[in-house]
Design a protein around this ligand. Sequence first.
Ligand code: SER
Length: 560
Amino acid sequence: MEIRELRKAFLDYFSSLGYKELSASSLIPENDPSVLFTTAGMQQFRDFYLRSSEAPAKKVITIQPVFRTSDIDEVGDDTHLTMFEMLGNFVFGESSAMKLKEAAIKEAWQLINTELKVTKDRVHATVFAGDRKTPQDTQSAGVWASLGIPAKEASRAENFWGPTGDEGPCGPNTEIYVDGIEVWNLVFNQYNQDRDGKFTQLEHQGLDTGSGLERLATTLQGKDSVWQIEPFIGWLRLVDPNESREARIAVDHLRAAIFLISNGILPANKGREYVLRRLIRRTVFLSRKLPELDCQALIGKIHSYYAENYQLADPVEILEIITKEKEQFEKNLGRATAHLEKWLETHRDANERQATELAFYLFESYGFPKELVFEYLISQGVKLDAKHFGELFTKHQIISRSGIDKQFKGGLADHNEQTIKHHTAHHLLLAALREVLGPTVFQRGSNVTSERLRLDFSFDRKLTEEELKKVEKTVNEKIKADLKVEKLELPKDEALKLGALAEFGQKYGETVSVYRVGDFSLELCGGPHVEHTGVLSKFEILKEEASSQGIRRIKAKVLD
Ligand code: SER
């Protein structure tokens, strides 16, 4: 069955069972800053497993594009794609685990067997074997036995799913295999796992299933590789009639780039933006071996295929972004190649260590993603020492932290106006916490973005409502007082003598910069900050929670 038909068969089948079709969520998770991308269909529904009354319906289905950076290096083989579409059916607030499992397994089996015409002899399942943390899933095993399908027991690593991020719903899962290929994962969210790894049984159980559309279609067509089925094979041949590995990567990366750009991401040096940059640069790099690669034509084809089902950015705009990045990288690539050629002439006897230093230079100076530098030099017959590269990288991070990147210390994500306001509010918050809770409070971690600020600090119990209110009030008073924010450059000892606060475990240079906010706060910090507190509007604490033993975490924001 073709991908298009399969997509429809899935939606029709579950709709007929009373599931409500919902739209996919963005590739950028909305309420989970701990992960870069949406990696599973359930992510947008996480909270409904804990509070099912908030769910838009008890039973829902989606087709969710998911993005797994962990798979990027595997791309080029038969099965991995950076971005794939995940079919999923979800149930929230079921009171009986047995009922949930029986219905879910039978529904999945009926789709595979009756609708998709897969015979029993091609199928087997796996179920969770149980361990010291949570018990064996005998219920799922029982359902499979009643259907006459063999079910093997497997360990936590394979058959227990979640949580995504540090905490959240999770549970045993049962996987369905066709011709030995895993095509469907059914997760029974029976537990909530907290940050300390503790499991609590959920009062109501939920279902989360996922089936990779491309893989299922490949298996149903009796093929071994996603690159043997439409539309992938068509795109691949367009790039290279010989269907090379490089062409697979180029198609995969451009396809993923189309989705990232459509989610508002632009190539740059950090986080999600860096992932996009890496995808484009790798494609440009490989395109030297792909004379027939015509980005415009390929983007046009991929775009029109997916535009049927997803809201995508304008293809002209996508091409422009990719082309701009391509041109910038090509310039660097040209210069780097010239540098390398010269180097090779004069360093015929270079050892691995010296070659690695060259690799690092190309990485640092020409913006070559690390894996490309390696690929490139190895293809030129140069031997490298990955461990030494790692050392140079760490050293570079330390140098840049005390140098040009100094401003980014304190966990600042960027330098936009709202981030800077949050940074100043962060200082006010720390000082207010010390005023309300006492001088045992020290900063133990921080992260500041334009959306919110996060402060981890030493304190051994949950804060009371009253304390939180008081802290919030204190910060707002200091904002109203319009205190002046000043930067001082001082020898470190002197700064500490003055009582400037430093984060525990952070390394600082001999001369430090210190920010003073009126006579309320004094902290070692690289900045930047607002000039006076009056420019901040209302400060609000969003959440107070445990971060780890003896450390509390507050998330807060300054209203826009
Ligand atoms: N969340 C599970 C997975 O990603 C099932 O949807 O495999």
